[in-house]
Design a protein around this ligand. Structure first.
Ligand code: AMP
Length: 400
């Protein structure tokens, strides 16, 4: 079975074509700068052959058509024709309270995704554009939606209700939803496998630390709390997002700087986080390098980032009455041993000791706590595309 996984963003479409028998990636690529000048498609196939097409891509419709052409390219393509694809899996950012699992996309599902789009105005519309375009171009192919929010739908009320007048939850659906669910689900399950234990026996804290970052508390395989909220802005310090701040800062800034709500929103989402504190970069590698060279604000940005993750790990250990494992994943979590060590410093009371040699490993699935540790600490590369492909294949098999 072959499954094409698509992640349609506002100006890009990322894709991977999986052969599900071996779970191998036949081709992966990206269409970038859709609707902007200098757009292009880049693709690498299973042989490592690269393809680069610089062409105008005005919208998602052209973008998807280009993906289809690239997959069938005579020299560097991997398909003879599109009939070889059995199904498509789409990443959808926000499923609101309507989706607690992946679903086969029907017209009713499209309507429901449209209904919750108000909660993710930057993400859901391009996700939907990708879905609709695929439905138009490949009307007979089953399509599956996999939601970033779905895994967190198991949170109890006390974790997801904000202490605002309850009517705002009822009227507008204002509550914690959480994101990166596909990643938290994948790495928590993988940790249980590595520990050779049933998920139902385990309390796991998963730290997805990339340009976007969140922590989740996974008790018996179910998400019981997570740091992102109504939107991906809440929680940790991120590349350009501020994470938790006193909400009173928003009207204060609006008055002082004469800003419109959208402008403050943009400052909090695009000009804050590591970039905002350091004034250097949203990329943690640049910030670490500047900090090592003695830049004070870069050092401060790194310290604030690490401290916030540490605080959430402590909070989620409290929420679950302890923890059996802590997992690090995504760009920073998988690769940066120095940041992992700084976060874990003084958390040894939870029941682990860090193996410093193993912690220096990059990009590998590895236990970084010492063998005798009661609480296990892992770095586990995430693979959201594989989860989308697996969910798509499962839904397809159940349907046949
Ligand atoms: P992501 O959003 O998961 O792609 O992660 C992006 C973040 O991961 C950026 O802050 C990068 O600096 C960081 N990152 C990616 N690769 C590495 C690496 N090899 N070493 C340290 N940090 C990395």
């Amino acid at each position: 079975m072959k499954v094409l996984v698509l992640n349609s963003g506002s100006s890009s479409i990322k894709y991977q074509l999986f052969n599900m028998e071996e779970e191998s990636v036949l081709a992966r690529g990206i269409v970038e700068r859709i609707g902007i000048e200098d757009s292009f498609l880049e693709q690498e196939n299973i042989e490592g052959e690269e393809l680069l097409w610089q062409e105008d891509v005005a919208d998602h419709s052209q973008g998807i058509s280009l993906v289809i052409d690239a997959l069938q390219d005579e020299k560097k393509g991997v398909l003879e024709n599109m009939d070889e694809i059995n199904a498509l899996g789409h990443r959808v950012v926000h499923g609101g309270e309507k989706f607690a699992d992946s679903v086969l996309i029907t017209s009713e599902v499209v309507e429901k995704i449209e209904e919750v789009s108000e909660l993710a105005p930057l993400h859901n519309p391009p996700n939907l554009a990708g879905i609709k375009e695929c439905q138009r171009l490949m009307p007979d192919k089953p399509q599956v939606g996999v939601f970033d929010t779905a895994f967190h739908q198991t949170m109890p009320e006390e974790a997801y209700i904000y202490a605002l007048p309850y009517e705002y939850y009822q009227k507008y659906g204002i509550r914690r939803y959480g994101f990166h669910g596909t990643s938290h689900k994948f790495v928590s399950r993988r940790a249980a496998e590595l520990m050779d234990k049933a998920l139902e026996e385990l309390k796991i804290i998963t730290c997805h630390l990339g340009n976007g970052a969140s922590v989740a508390a996974v008790d018996q395989g179910r998400s019981v709390d997570t740091s992102m909220g109504l939107t991906p802005l809440e929680g940790l310090v991120m590349g350009t997002r501020c994470g938790d701040i006193d909400p009173a800062i928003v009207p204060f800034l609006q008055k002082k700087e004469g800003l419109e709500p959208e402008e403050v929103d943009s400052i909090m989402n695009k000009e804050s986080g590591l970039l905002g504190i350091s004034g250097i970069s949203n990329d943690s590698r640049d910030v670490s390098e500047a900090a090592q060279q003695g830049n004070k604000r870069a050092r401060l940005a790194a310290k604030v980032f690490n401290y916030r993750v540490k605080k959430y790990i402590g909070a989620y250990a409290a929420a679950m009455g302890g923890t059996d494992a802590i997992v690090f994943t995504a760009g920073i979590g998988e690769n940066d041993g120095a940041i992992r060590a700084a976060i874990l410093e003084n958390l040894e009371f939870l029941g682990f000791k860090l193996d410093e040699t193993k912690n220096n490993t990059r990009g590998e699935e590895i236990e970084i706590s010492t063998p005798g540790s009661r609480v296990k600490v892992f770095a586990i590369p995430t693979n959201e595309e594989l989860v989308i492909a697996r969910d798509t294949a499962k839904i397809l098999e159940n349907r046949e």
